[in-house]
Design a protein around this ligand. Structure first.
Ligand code: MN3
Length: 207
C-alpha cells in the first residue's frame, strides 16, 4: 500500500525568522505534521486501503467513499497531512509583497484591491473560533477565487474548492512566539507568503 511520508519544507527551520520562529517550525513540522502523517497511514491501514488513490486530494474530494466509521479520522489526519504540506510550500524567506500577474488581477476583481483582500483575509483569520484555517481558494465551478475558513483540519478539497493559500491559525502554529496575540502572527505571516508559488498554482488552474 502507498504510505504517506512527512513532506519536507523547502527551507530550514530558522529561515522564516523573525516572523515564524525556529522552535515553532521544528515542533510544528516534526511533531504535529508527523502526527497527521502517522494518523493518516494508520487509518488507511485499518480500512485495508491497499487500493486508495495515490493523491490525498482525491480522497479528500470524495470522503463519502471512505467507510463511515473511519471517515472523520481520514478527514482529520488526511486534511492535516495535506494542509500542512501546502502551508510549507506557500511560505518563503523571500516572500511577502504582492502576487502580481493574473492572480493580482483576479484579486482586484473580487476584492477591489490587494490591500483590501489582505484586510478581509486577516479578519477572517482572526474570526475563527478555536482551531482552523483561513484559505484563498479557487472555486472551479464558478471559475473564481474566494476566501473561506475551515474548522480543525477540514480541507477545502472536501468542499469542492482548490486551496491556493492557507493560513494555519491553530495555537500550535504561533503560541510559542506570539502567545494569545493571533493578530500579530497573522500580520507577520504576510511577510513570508510565497506569492510566486501561489500565483503559479492559480495560473495552472484558471483559464
Ligand atoms: Mn498546524
Amino acid at each position: 500500500m502507498v504510505l504517506y511520508e512527512l513532506p519536507k519544507p523547502p527551507y530550514s527551520y530558522d529561515a522564516l525568522e523573525p516572523h515564524i520562529d525556529k522552535q515553532t517550525m521544528e515542533i510544528h513540522h516534526l511533531k504535529h505534521h508527523q502526527s497527521y502523517v502517522d494518523g493518516l497511514n494508520n487509518t488507511l491501514e485499518e480500512i485495508g486501503g491497499t487500493s486508495h488513490p495515490k493523491y490525498i486530494t482525491s480522497i479528500l474530494s470524495d470522503l463519502k467513499s471512505i467507510p463511515e466509521s473511519s471517515r472523520n479520522k481520514i478527514q482529520f489526519f488526511g486534511g492535516g497531512y495535506e494542509n500542512h504540506r501546502l502551508f510549507w510550500e506557500t511560505m518563503n524567506p523571500n516572500g511577502g509583497g504582492t502576487p502580481g500577474g493574473k492572480l493580482e488581477d483576479s484579486i482586484d476583481v473580487y476584492f477591489e484591491s490587494f490591500e483590501n483582500f489582505k484586510e478581509i483575509f486577516s479578519n477572517y483569520s482572526l474570526g475563527i473560533q478555536g482551531s482552523g484555517w483561513c484559505w484563498l481558494v479557487f472555486n472551479q465551478t464558478f471559475n473564481k477565487i474566494e476566501i473561506i475558513t475551515t474548522q480543525n483540519q477540514d480541507s477545502p478539497w472536501s468542499l469542492n474548492k482548490i486551496p491556493l493559500l492557507g493560513l494555519d491559525v491553530w495555537e500550535h502554529a504561533y503560541y510559542l512566539k506570539y502567545q494569545n496575540r493571533r493578530n500579530e502572527y497573522v500580520l507577520s505571516w504576510w511577510n513570508v507568503v510565497n506569492w510566486d508559488y501561489v500565483s503559479n498554482r492559480f495560473s495552472e488552474l484558471s483559464h
